[in-house]
Design a protein around this ligand. Structure first.
Ligand code: NAP
Length: 248
């Protein structure tokens, strides 16, 4: 029996990178998946690829997680297509790095808006169904820098630390209805977000990681899969680090 047979999942920022790997991993374990991203076209293409590879049902949705109406529509469309929303993964995220003295207010606001407010809006929209169903999983993709801090990423690390607070608060609020809320905190993972790093920066980072290398998106997806399935039924309000030992 597949681990997510009969389940439905909505994953934001899932047209590429970590979100795409999570959607594909869930589909491979039998879940019907809604791939939601800024571009409806890219989401549809990603969903078609997943359906081809896994045979699972997959739909693509366009949404901007900073807009409440988009979040509500994405949840409604997922429910319309699959009948319910069992699992929400708040994965959409952006960076706008810079030292604080040079960081524009707009760059601070944009990162908080997508990474933190987006997760709040999506959780609010999806939890209506989950609380009624007295079951559900919300998985927030935080980051190692939300735990450790990072020079040049005050906005990003604040958003990711905020996600951990949001995770714990939602976990407490929703626990009486058996809706479990956890976070995954990846370290440095090879995606578009990190591909801009220079070779020396990459080598320096790898030197700081006890396991000696950057992580793969699929390795983050496996942690999300664990938190989405029955094996984690007694785990809520936790942060699962997938960082090669970078932060302990
Ligand atoms: P990515 O390849 O850049 O993918 C992020 C996706 O989110 C993109 O498809 C992007 O769409 C989408 N997105 C951006 N703003 C959005 C919005 N307002 N509404 C809906 N979707 C939006 O990044 P990734 O590396 O896979 O990162 C995925 C998550 O993991 C992020 O939350 C990131 O912070 C976190 N993370 C990544 C790393 C890492 O090392 N890569 C480490 C720790 C945590 P567009 O492409 O159209 O802009």
């Amino acid at each position: 029996m597949k681990r997510l047979e009969g389940k439905t999942a909505l994953i934001t920022g899932a047209a590429r990178g970590i979100g795409l790997e999570i959607a594909a991993a869930f589909a491979a374990e039998g879940a019907a998946v809604a791939v939601a991203d800024l571009s409806a076209q890219e989401s549809a293409a990603a969903a078609a690829g997943i359906a081809d590879r896994t045979g699972a049902r997959a739909i693509g949705l366009g949404l901007d997680v900073t807009k409440e109406a988009d979040c509500e529509k994405a949840v409604a469309e997922t429910e319309k297509a699959f009948g319910k929303v069992d699992i929400l993964v708040n994965n959409a995220g952006i960076t706008k790095d810079g030292l604080v003295l040079r960081m524009k207010e707009a760059d601070f606001d944009a990162v908080i808006s997508v990474n933190l407010k987006g997760a709040f809006l999506m959780s609010k929209a999806a939890s209506r169904l989950m609380l009624k169903a007295r079951a559900g999983r919300i998985i927030n993709i935080s980051s190692v820098v939300g735990q450790s801090g990072q020079a040049g990423q005050a906005n990003y690390s604040a958003s990711k630390a905020g996600l951990i607070g949001l995770t714990k608060s939602l976990a407490r609020e929703f626990a009486p209805r058996q809706v479990l809320v956890n976070a995954v905190a990846p370290g440095f993972i090879r995606t578009r977000m990190t591909e801009g790093l220079k070779e020396e920066a990459r080598a320096a980072i790898s030197g700081l990681i006890p396991l000696g290398r950057m992580g793969e998106p699929g390795e983050v997806a496996k942690a999300a899969l664990f938190l989405a399935g029955d094996d984690s039924a007694y785990i809520t309000g936790q942060v699962l680090a997938v960082n090669g030992g970078l932060y302990m």
